[in-house]
Each structure stands twice: as structure tokens, then as C-alpha cells.
Design a protein around this ligand. Structure first.
Ligand code: ADP
Ligand code: MG
Length: 620
């Protein structure tokens, strides 16, 4: 393409200096014209055959062929303009495909976390294999500088990991034997041997890649707007051009003056050149793509440009408590009203909880430091928002909140200490309760403040926990409204209430870890999930995933979305504005084709450069 442009440009310069005229001049000009523009003519012709006449190629072909015909008709012999317009147009296209291709590539590179291979250790030797081939429980070796291909647990070695591609967190994380390690992070210092705990397809890195790949298929309203706009706009422009070519001369004939067909035809052709909507068509999807890329670089996965758009309208943020605003790592503070030994209570509770992924379950398992024999447990039932029932050593064990006790008709003994209370009953006999407590995440308070600064009007916390605990947490964090002792279904109805109460132009975001709240994530205008601790269901159900569970990222995501949308609107207004001014100037004869094509290419370059700004989100 570049060589075609250069050849044609040189020919054009030579021709304008050397003043060849007549048939020879015409043929030489035509050669220069065809060298640079033959593909446009072919495309336009194909378009006409297919009945799709209203595209850019059609506009360019009509305008330039029209200019040549006009020059022939007026015997001016000046074909420079037609060739030059085609030249500029093609130069613009070339630049654009380069810039767009380059920025897409850069953005994709930023998100490049795909591991190419795994070093599988088998019978003492190491083999380089496709990560897909590695079975769960295999031993893989990750050398310094390599990406961790599959999720697993460290068996030997010590190192620090760079997780910035996943979480946006720039501080390295140090790992030692028995630490869990997620794929996609980069091993920085030491050699690690890892026992894989998942298949490649189930590993973090594959999940993220899947999300990213689907992101571009979800279009935002602004992108839809542009395609609809183009559908109305191009025909409107063509009709106006036709009117411009015919009406004024006709009017002059009617009033008896001489008709100046040439001038008006020229203006109509200029009008066509100006009207190309390429800057918009290109820059808007590119802005969204850059915004999503920038966010992912900061550890925020946004599943589509439609979500980016909704996010920018968020006015209400609703939080889940456990695991979202608090760490979800409970400590045992005491055991009250125990009818059996304290250790026994903890042991039975831990056994009953041993299969649950709820943060409370994990904490109770930690509290009982001894090895547990899982075969003692059967018939586990997890009752969302209430607790667990299971058979341990043949005894019916129930452990959970007051609701659970009522459900199995056991009268719980109320507790007056502040904290989450886990009541335990064995064979329908109340045996005591465990008082546990959780702490807020380090950034939770600041996160709520940042949200207010990012323009959020209301923050709400929903929790299944006790009112006393919920109120204390909400107060320390500065949350506006709290609703406690909710079942998962109550959370859905609360969110529905809030959705009804707000105006339709505002959006409501729900932030949760997905344990018991995946339905709410789906119900909110925008669901934000904690990716590191959250369940797979949450990551599926959510529209935005925070890779490092840091609540501060919520405000950051909103700021990124606002910046991106601001850029989109700037581009729309700028491109349409310049077009409009040029169209008016062209119609009244103040703009010629040269100016028109300059304006077009210029607007496009500026719009593309502006779009790329959406990628830079570090300081937001
Ligand atoms: P949150 O809204 O804070 O995320 P959940 O809806 O997950 O809390 O749970 C609400 C309450 O239900 C907990 O505070 C706890 O009392 C009880 N509960 C839920 N799951 C369990 C469990 N696995 N073991 C014991 N108690 C549980
Ligand atoms: Mg929860």
C-alpha cells in the first residue's frame, strides 16, 4: 500500500510540474489515480452490485470519479484534485490501520498472560509440554523468569512472584512450600516445584483469558449508536449531495439566470468527501478496547464495553459484608455455654464444615489445628445464609446461626458479646456456641471514601450476619445504609427494592464474593466480584472481577469507566462537530475537496490518539 501511495504521489508531482496535457496527460493522470485507488473503485462497484451503496468506498469513488468527469466536461484538464483526494484518503486509511493495529496489539500484549508451555517432571527428568496435557497432581517446575502455567501448591523452593498482570499489584508476593500459587503470575527469583491442583482449562489464567476474549463481543450502547447513526447518516448525506447538485442550478434556470452546473456539482462532490464517518466508526470501539485493556492492567477485569458504560453511570454501590468489606478470616474469641468440652465443639463444627467453601467454614477448620478425618462426615447440607447440618460419627451436627437452630427446632441461647455467633447442636441438643470475629480489610474505609469522591451517592451493606456486628462494621466504614440478618433471597429482594427506587439513568452496582450472593450479582445493573477469594460461580455471574479482592479497586474501576466514556463522548462531539462545520462550508462553496480530505484524516488521527488515552489508568 505504501509503495502504491509513493508511486502515485511521485507521478502526481511530476505531472503537475511538467504540464503535459491532452489525451496523454489524461491517461497519465488516470494511471496515477488507478495505482492508488483501484481497490476502492472495485470495492465500491461490488458494493453497488450487492446493493450496499452507502459505504465509504462508494463515497470516495463517486466523489473522485465525479471530479474527473467534471474536469473532462469543463475541459480544464486538471485532474490533480481527484488523484490527490484518493491519495490522502488512502494515506489516512493506512495510518489508521497501522495505529489501530498497533494499539490493539499493545493492549493485547499488556493482557498477555497466556503461558506457552509447562515443564513437567516425570521419572526424574523434565519435559516441556503443552499446559493442556498436564494432569492434576503432576509436578511441574517453574524457573525464574517463567510464567506459572497452572494453579497449584508449592512443593519445594522459595521465590517471589510478580502477580501484576493478574492483580495490578506491583509488590512481589513471596511464596514458600505449601503456599497456593495461581497461574499467570511470573516467577522472579527462585526455582519452584509445584504440584498442580487444577487442569489448565480450570486454572486462573484460562478463566481470565476466556473472560477477556468474550469482552469484545459485548457491545456498548455508544457502539450501537454509531452503527445506527451510520445507517441513517450516509443515505442522508447522499441525498443532500444530490439535492445540492441539482436544486440550486434548477432554481437559477427557473428564475431565468444561467445555470452553473459545474460549480454545484463540485460542491456536491466535496460534500460527499467530507461526509465520511470513519473517525467515529474507528475511534469508539478502540476507546472501549483501550479502557478495558487499561483496567485489566490494573487488575480489574471488565467483561465487555457495555459494562464499562454502565459502570460509569453507577450511583449506588451495594456491598456484601463477609469477604468483601471484611477479610472473611474469622478468629475464635470464645466458646460459651458449652455442654461438652470446648475442643469437642470445635472438632464437631470443623468436621461438619469441612466441605464448605464459606469463609466461616475455612476459619473454623483453621481453628481446629489437628488433621481431620473427612470419612467421619456424611450427609452434609449447606443451608445458605444459615449454616450447615451434617452427620459426624453418626450424630446429627448442626452449626450455624439462630435461624438454623430454629429450623431444626433447637432453642439457641442468646449471646451478648459482639461478634458472629456459631451455635452448635448435636442430635438436636444445644451444646454451646462459638463466638468468632472478622476484621475489616485494610482498604475498606478508604474505599468507601473514594467511592464518594468518585460521585457515588449512596453506599449500602447487606449481610446475613447479626445486626450488632453489621452495625459496627458499617459505622466504622462510613456506610450509609445497613440491612442485616438477611437470607440470600432477602438480599435479592433488597437489591430489587433499591433498583426500583432509583432513577433509570443511574446504575446500581453490587459487590460480593459470590459465596451465597451469586444471584444478587446477576440481578444488579452491574455485578462486581472478588476474584481471588470469590467462588467460580461469582466470577461467572459478575460483570466485573477484581483480581486482588481490594475494595479500593471499585472506585478505580468507576473512574476508569468515566474516563473512557468521557473520551468516547469527546470523540463523538469532536468528529460530528468538525464534520458538520465542513459540510456547511462545503455546501456554500467555502471548502474544497483538499480541505475536506485534510479535515477527515486530521479528525481521524486526533480521535484515534484520544482513544488511546483510555489505556492510561495508573494514576486514576
Ligand atoms: P454475608 O452476608 O456476611 O456474606 P452469609 O449470607 O454468607 O453472610 O451468611 C450469613 C450468616 O449465616 C453467617 O453470618 C452465619 O451466621 C451463617 N452461616 C452461613 N454459612 C455458614 C456456615 N458454613 N457455617 C456456619 N454459619 C454459616
Ligand atoms: Mg458473603
Amino acid at each position: 500500500m505504501l509503495s502504491r501511495i509513493i508511486i502515485s504521489a511521485l507521478m502526481l508531482i511530476a505531472l503537475s510540474i511538467s504540464s503535459v496535457s491532452g489525451a496523454l496527460g489524461f491517461s497519465l493522470y488516470m494511471v496515477a489515480y488507478l495505482v492508488v485507488g483501484y481497490d476502492i473503485l472495485i470495492k465500491a462497484f461490488k458494493g453497488i452490485i450487492r446493493g450496499q451503496v452507502m459505504d465509504e468506498c462508494f463515497l470516495m469513488a463517486t466523489a473522485t470519479v465525479g471530479a474527473i468527469v467534471l474536469a473532462l466536461y469543463e475541459r480544464s484538464g486538471d485532474y490533480t484534485e481527484a488523484v490527490a483526494v484518493m491519495l490522502f484518503y488512502q494515506t489516512g486509511e493506512l495510518f489508521q490501520s497501522y495505529a489501530v493495529g498497533k494499539s490493539r496489539k499493545n493492549i493485547t500484549e499488556l493482557m498477555d498472560i497466556r503461558p506457552d508451555y509447562a515443564n513437567l517432571e516425570e521419572d526424574g527428568s523434565i519435559r516441556r509440554v503443552d499446559p493442556d496435557e498436564v494432569e492434576v497432581g503432576s509436578i511441574i517446575v517453574v524457573q525464574p523468569g517463567e510464567k506459572v502455567p497452572i494453579d497449584g501448591v508449592v512443593v519445594s523452593g522459595q521465590s517471589s512472584l510478580n502477580t501484576s498482570a493478574l492483580t495490578g499489584e506491583s509488590l512481589p508476593r513471596s511464596v514458600a512450600p505449601d503456599d497456593e500459587i495461581i497461574s499467570g503470575s511470573i516467577n522472579m527469583t527462585g526455582l519452584l516445584k509445584i504440584r498442580t491442583t487444577k487442569e489448565f482449562g480450570e486454572s486462573t489464567v484460562s478463566k481470565i483469558l476466556e473472560l477477556m476474549e468474550n469482552a469484545s463481543s459485548r457491545k456498548s450502547k455508544s457502539e450501537d449508536f454509531i452503527s445506527k447513526f451510520a445507517r441513517v447518516y450516509t443515505p442522508a448525506v447522499c441525498i443532500s449531495a444530490l439535492a445540492l447538485a441539482i436544486l440550486p442550478p434548477l432554481v437559477s434556470i427557473i428564475v431565468g439566470a444561467s445555470a452553473s452546473w459545474g460549480i454545484w456539482l463540485y460542491r456536491a462532490l466535496t460534500f460527499l468527501v467530507i461526509s465520511c464517518p470513519c473517525a467515529l466508526v474507528i475511534s469508539i470501539p478502540l476507546s472501549f478496547f483501550a479502557g478495558i485493556g487499561g483496567a485489566s492492567n490494573a487488575g480489574i477485569l471488565i467483561k465487555g464495553s457495555n459494562y464499562l458504560e454502565t459502570l460509569s453511570k453507577t450511583k449506588i454501590v451495594v456491598f456484601d459484608k463477609t469477604g468483601t468489606l471484611t477479610k472473611g478470616v474469622f478468629e475464635v474469641n470464645g466458646i460459651h455455654h458449652a455442654r461438652i468440652e470446648d475442643e469437642k465443639i470445635i472438632e464437631y463444627a470443623a468436621l461438619a464444615e469441612s466441605a464448605s467453601s464459606h469463609p466461616i467454614a475455612k476459619s473454623l477448620l483453621n481453628a481446629h489445628s489437628k488433621q481431620l478425618d473427612r470419612s467421619r462426615v456424611e450427609d452434609v447440607k449447606e443451608i445458605s445464609g444459615c449454616g450447615i447440618t451434617a452427620k459426624v460419627d453418626g450424630h446429627e451436627v448442626a452449626c450455624g446461626n439462630e435461624k438454623l437452630m430454629r429450623l431444626i427446632s433447637v432453642e439457641p441461647i442468646p449471646c451478648h458479646s459482639v461478634g458472629t455467633i456459631i451455635h452448635v447442636a448435636i442430635d438436636k441438643e444445644y451444646v454451646g456456641h462459638i463466638v468468632i470475629s472478622d476484621v475489616e480489610k485494610a482498604h475498606s474505609k478508604q474505599a468507601v471514601k473514594e467511592l464518594k469522591r468518585a460521585g457515588i451517592e449512596k453506599t449500602v451493606m447487606l449481610t446475613g450476619d447479626r445486626t450488632a456486628v453489621a452495625d459496627t462494621v458499617a459505622k466504622t466504614l462510613g456506610i450509609d445504609e445497613v440491612y442485616s440478618e438477611l437470607l440470600p433471597s432477602d438480599k435479592v429482594s433488597k437489591v430489587e427494592e433499591l433498583l426500583k427506587a432509583k432513577s433509570p439513568s443511574e446504575a446500581l452496582a453490587f459487590v460480593g464474593d459470590g459465596i451465597n450472593d451469586a444471584p444478587v450479582l446477576g440481578r444488579a445493573d452491574i455485578g462486581i466480584a472478588m476474584g481471588a477469594m470469590g467462588s467460580d460461580a461469582a466470577i461467572e455471574a459478575a460483570d466485573v472481577v477484581l483480581m486482588d479482592d481490594d475494595p479500593l479497586k471499585i472506585a478505580k474501576a468507576i473512574k476508569i469507566s468515566k474516563k473512557c466514556l468521557r473520551i468516547v463522548y469527546q470523540n463523538i462531539v469532536f468528529a460530528i462537530g468538525v464534520k458538520f462545520i465542513c459540510l456547511v462550508l462545503g455546501a456554500v462553496g467555502l471548502a474544497n475537496m483538499w480541505l475536506a480530505i485534510f479535515a477527515d484524516v486530521g479528525v481521524m488521527i486526533i480521535a484515534v490518539l484520544n482513544a488511546i488515552r483510555a489505556l492510561f489508568v495508573k494514576k486514576l
